[in-house]
Design a protein around this ligand. Structure first.
Ligand code: NAD
Length: 396
C-alpha cells in the first residue's frame, strides 16, 4: 500500500516502515561515527521505541556494544492500518543490532503491569543473566496500578491558577493565545501516579529482588525543567509535580543501589519534538523558537546527540567522572545557556502568526514531527507500494 501521513492535531495515525527504518539507520550511523564508549554491556530500556528511549537503546548498543532488552507499548499493522512508528523503529533496531552481532530482544506490552515486569525478568535470566544499566523513558497518558487495578490519567495543566500564553498550531502556522484552567487536586495526584517515580521504583525493586541487577548497576530516568515562560504549564504544573516525584525517587533508588556500588540518576534533557512533547500546549512554539536560536548558534542537538553526550560525558566518561553525587544530570545546559534563553525570550514577546516563520524554526519543527512517523525522510520513495506488515525479529 502507499502510506501517507494522516494527522489529527498533534497525532499522526499512520507511520512509514521504510522511513522509520531510515531514521533509525541515521541514528545508528551517528553513534558509530563517534568514539566508542566504555559503558554498559547488558541494558534494559523501558519505553524503548521512540524519542529519548530509542536513542538510549541505540547509544547503548552501537556506542558501547551492549546487548539490549527494549520494553514498549506499540501496535503491529492490521489490515489497512499501519503499525505505530515505535513498532517499525524497533523492527529496524533489532535488524541493525543483530547484523552487528549484538543480542537484542523486544517485549511489547504495558510496562506498568506486573506481567510485563516478570516476563522481562525471565528473559534477562535466560538470555543475559543480569543487566548493568536500566533506562526508564516511559511517557504515557495513563497507567493502571498493578496492585489496586485503578487506572490513572495524566493531564497537562497549571496548578493553582489559570495560565494564558501563546501557542502554535504547527500545521497551519497560526499563533494564538490559549488559556488552560488549573488542575484539581485529584488531577495532580493522578498525573503523579502516571508520570512520577513509582513505576520506576517498582521496576528497580523487582529486578533487584530477582537478582538480575548486576553489581554496580546504574539506572537513569529523564526529566525536563525549561524556561520561565513554560514553568506554569510544565515545571510548576501537574507534570512538574510528577517530575519532582521522579527526582525524589532517584535519590531513594540511589540510596538503595549504592549499597552494591550502583547509581541512580535523573537526566534533565533538552526540549525536543517527540510524540509526547507535541501534545503540550505552548511548548511547540517555544521549541520552534529554541530550534532557530540554537541552530543559529551551532548548538542544536537531537535525541541521539543528547543521549550520546549523556553516556559519553556523564554516565560513562573516559576520564574521571564529573558527577558530583547529586541525583540530577543536566544535559539541558546548552538550552538553558543565558545567551540562548535571552534570545528566545526576546523573540517570544514578538512572535505572532505573521512572523513565526522568520523568528522561529516552524519548518524544522514540522520536519521533525513528520520524521517521528517516518515521513519527510530523504531517500524514501513515498509513492512506492510498501508492505505495512513488518515483523520485529526477537519480539515477545
Ligand atoms: P516518547 O513519546 O517519544 O516515548 C515514550 C516511550 O514510552 C515509547 O517507547 C512508548 O512505547 C513507551 N510507552 C508509553 N506507555 C507505555 C507503557 N504503558 N508500557 C511500555 N511502554 C510505554 O517520549 P519522550 O519525549 O522520548 O519521553 C521520554 C522521557 O523523556 C519522558 O520522561 C519525558 O518526560 C522525558 N523528556 C522529554 C523531553 C522532550 O522534549 N521530548 C525533554 C526532557 C525529558
Amino acid at each position: 500500500m502507499i502510506i501517507q501521513p494522516k494527522t489529527r492535531g498533534f497525532i499522526c495515525t499512520t507511520a512509514h516502515p521504510e522511513g522509520c527504518a531510515k531514521q533509525v539507520e541515521e541514528q545508528v550511523d551517528y553513534v558509530k561515527a563517534q568514539p566508542a564508549i566504555k559503558g554498559p554491556k547488558n541494558v534494559l530500556v523501558v519505553g524503548a521505541s521512540t524519542g529519548y528511549g530509542l536513542a538510549s537503546r541505540i547509544t547503548a548498543a552501537f556506542g558501547s556494544g551492549a546487548n539490549t532488552v527494549g520494553v514498549f507499548f506499540d501496535k503491529a499493522a492490521e489490515g489497512q492500518r499501519t503499525a505505530s512508528a515505535g513498532w517499525y523503529n524497533s523492527a529496524a533496531f533489532e535488524q541493525e543490532a543483530q547484523a552487528q552481532g549484538l543480542k537484542s530482544f523486544s517485549i511489547v506490552g504495558d510496562a506498568f503491569s506486573d506481567g510485563i515486569k516478570s516476563a522481562t525478568i525471565e528473559l534477562i535470566k535466560a538470555e543475559l543473566g543480569t543487566v548493568d544499566l536500566v533506562v526508564y523513558s516511559v511517557a504515557s497518558p495513563r497507567r493502571t496500578h498493578p496492585v489496586t487495578g485503578e487506572t490513572f490519567s495524566s493531564v497537562i495543566k497549571p496548578v493553582g491558577e489559570a495560565y494564558t500564553n501563546k501557542t502554535l498550531n504547527f500545521h497551519t502556522g497560526e499563533v494564538s493565545f490559549t488559556t488552560i484552567e488549573p488542575a484539581t487536586e485529584d488531577e495532580v495526584t493522578q498525573t503523579i501516579a502516571v508520570m512520577g517515580g513509582e513505576d520506576w521504583r517498582l521496576w528497580i525493586q523487582q529486578l533487584s529482588e530477582a537478582g538480575v541487577l548486576a553489581q554496580g548497576a546504574t539506572t537513569v530516568a529523564y526529566s525536563y525543567i525549561g524556561p520561565e515562560i513554560t514553568h506554569a504549564i510544565y515545571r510548576e504544573g501537574t507534570i512538574g509535580k510528577a517530575k519532582n516525584h521522579l527526582e525524589q525517587t532517584a535519590k531513594e533508588l540511589h540510596g538503595l543501589l549504592s549499597r552494591n556500588g550502583g547509581r541512580a540518576f535523573v537526566s534533565v534533557n533538552k526540549a525536543l519534538v517527540t510524540q509526547s512533547s507535541s501534545a503540550i500546549p505552548v511548548v511547540p512554539l517555544y521549541i520552534s523558537a529554541l530550534y532557530q536560536v540554537m541552530k543559529e548558534k551551532g548548538l542544536h542537538e537531537n535525541c541521539i546527540q543528547q543521549i550520546y553526550r549523556l553516556f559519553s560525558e556523564h554516565l560513562y566518561p573516559a576520564g574521571e567522572s564529573a558527577l558530583d553525587g547529586s541525583a540530577l544530570i543536566r544535559i539541558d545546559d546548552w538550552e538553558m545557556r543565558a545567551d540562548v534563553q535571552e534570545e528566545v525570550m526576546k523573540r517570544w514577546s514578538e512572535l505572532e502568526t505573521g512572523n513565526v516563520t522568520e523568528l522561529a524554526d516552524l519548518e524544522g519543527y514540522r520536519e521533525d514531527f513528520f520524521q517521528l512517523f517516518g515521513f519527510k525522510t530523504a531517500g524514501v520513495d513515498y509513492e512506492a507500494d510498501v508492505d505495512p506488515a513488518v515483523a520485529i525479529p526477537n519480539q515477545s
